[in-house]
Write a protein that binds this ligand. Structure first.
Ligand SMILES: [Zn+2]
Ligand SMILES: [Zn+2]
Length: 166
């Protein structure tokens, strides 16, 4: 797992948020926050539980879910749903706060990329539709390089013609 520089300032920010909300700053909540802020990955609850256990913490899933819910509400952590049947969580104030995602349908690897072209698209919709964009999300699903190189093939998605051509 890719490690990120220093999670301590963000754990302190989260502690401040909890106090402002009148909520207790517990060791469990801080431990969950440290895992998310200390990783550059897009973590599932299972991933987080695994890291906590490897660090000797015994924190149940319900407590992890509750801590993540608070982290998302604090706006320090983003919740992502890539249609995998579970949510993923990522630090919102990472080195690249604005980025898009590539999701490998074979191995589940999530890769980040940045796209200046999307700013152009936002400008165009502003002009063509008088629409004011505030946020956006682009997810591209497919095969990562490793899976593609390994020869994995995916069925073509898209429209299937229901009419039999004779
Ligand atoms: Zn892959
Ligand atoms: Zn990301």
């Amino acid at each position: 797992m890719k490690a990120r520089a220093d999670s301590a300032p963000f754990v302190r920010l989260f502690g401040r948020y909890l106090r402002e909300q009148g909520l207790p700053v517990t060791h469990q909540r801080e431990a969950v926050a440290r895992v998310v802020f200390g990783s550059a990955e897009h973590l599932s609850v299972d991933d987080i539980e695994r890291v906590l256990r490897s660090e000797g913490h015994r924190i149940g899933k319900a407590t992890i879910y509750r801590a993540l819910d608070l982290l998302v509400r604090s706006k320090l952590v983003a919740e992502l749903d890539f249609g995998e049947g579970f949510k993923r969580y990522e630090h919102r104030l990472s080195e690249h706060p604005v980025h898009e995602h590539l999701i490998c349908l074979e191995c589940g690897k999530v890769t980040e990329f940045e796209s200046n072209e999307l700013y152009g698209v936002e400008n165009r919709v502003r002009q063509e539709h008088g629409f004011q964009p505030v946020r956006r999300r682009l997810e591209i699903y497919g095969l990562c390089k490793e899976c593609h190189d390994a020869g994995v093939e995916l069925p073509i998605e898209g429209l299937m013609c229901p009419i039999e051509t004779v």
